[in-house]
Design a protein around this ligand. Structure first.
Ligand code: HEC
Length: 244
């Protein structure tokens, strides 16, 4: 009798345990947890580190980058603008962008621009390639107070592409002549200095013609001196090696 009572109690406890365990396991299976690869969620904001690199960015050669391939690439980039802009003359949240390249900023008919944009247009009468490039990189920084609440296109290739695309849409602005290949760009201030450094002895004549001979003569003994030392070192090594 007492055995049976014990069995009942024991069985009850066991069953309860099993049910609790089963519920826990079951819920873990049903409500499976997915570990996040990165905690939090990603926000598409440009990395501020780009600021340093921005200075190193070379201005595009607009004469050679407004290619059909970039027009096509720009059409893809334009998806980022489409929530606010039509690529027709029609206004939306933002002004219609058809023909914007070459237009005076803040002047598209029927659009209520911010005072900041109108002001910008009075100082910069044409949306040329460089102005668009700067604006699209960081609209709020370039035109402080603009209504265009868009973080910007941080990648230069994206900006080149969208500008090529915009240019293809009824632009009045001519494409400049491509810069000749290999010609030093005005932006590359260090280019001549780098060339001189590579030449080595070349700067000497600039300091005065008589000096040109001196460094050449001086360099001869210095190169000669280390040679015997190296030979000695070599022979010492060679004599050691068989012993060791
Ligand atoms: C969140 C909405 C929004 C997005 C996204 C956006 N814009 Fe704008 N854009 C605006 C608004 C609003 C203005 C008017 C700015 C003002 O008045 O200050 C504007 C103005 C402009 C202007 C100046 C037009 C003129 O007539 O002077 C250009 C050029 C422009 N946007 C290009 C772009 C491009 C290219 C993209 C995509 C890469 C883009 N915008 C994305 C809202 C947006």
């Amino acid at each position: 009798m007492s055995d049976l009572t014990f069995n009942k109690i024991f069985g009850g406890v066991l069953l309860t345990g099993l049910v609790i365990f089963g519920l826990k396991e079951g819920s873990d299976i049903v409500f499976a947890k997915h570990e996040l690869e990165k905690p939090g969620y990603e926000i598409a904001v440009a990395e501020e580190a780009g600021e340093g690199g921005a200075a190193a960015e070379v201005a595009p050669d607009w004469g050679s980058v407004l290619t059909p391939a970039n027009v096509a690439a720009g059409q893809a980039v334009s998806a980022k603008c489409a929530s606010c802009h039509n690529f027709t003359p029609e206004n939306h949240t933002g002004p219609g962008l058809f023909g914007v390249v070459g237009r005076k900023p803040g002047t598209h008919p029927g659009f209520a621009y911010s005072a900041a944009m109108v002001d910008f247009g009075n100082k910069n009468p044409v949306w040329d390639y460089d102005h668009l490039d700067t604006f699209l990189k960081a609209p709020g920084k370039d035109v402080s107070g603009t209504k265009m609440t868009f973080v910007g296109l941080k990648k230069q290739e994206d900006r080149i592409a969208i500008i090529a695309y915009l240019h293809s849409l009824g632009s009045s602005l001519p494409i400049p002549a491509p810069k000749p290949a290999g010609a030093p760009t005005p932006a590359a201030g260090e280019a001549p200095a780098a060339g001189a450094a590579a030449a080595g002895a070349a700067p000497a004549p600039a300091a005065g013609a008589p000096a040109a001979g001196a460094p050449a003569a001086a360099s001869a003994p210095t190169t000669a001196t280390p040679a015997p030392a190296a030979a000695k070192g070599g022979s010492a090594d060679a004599s050691k090696r068989p012993g060791g």
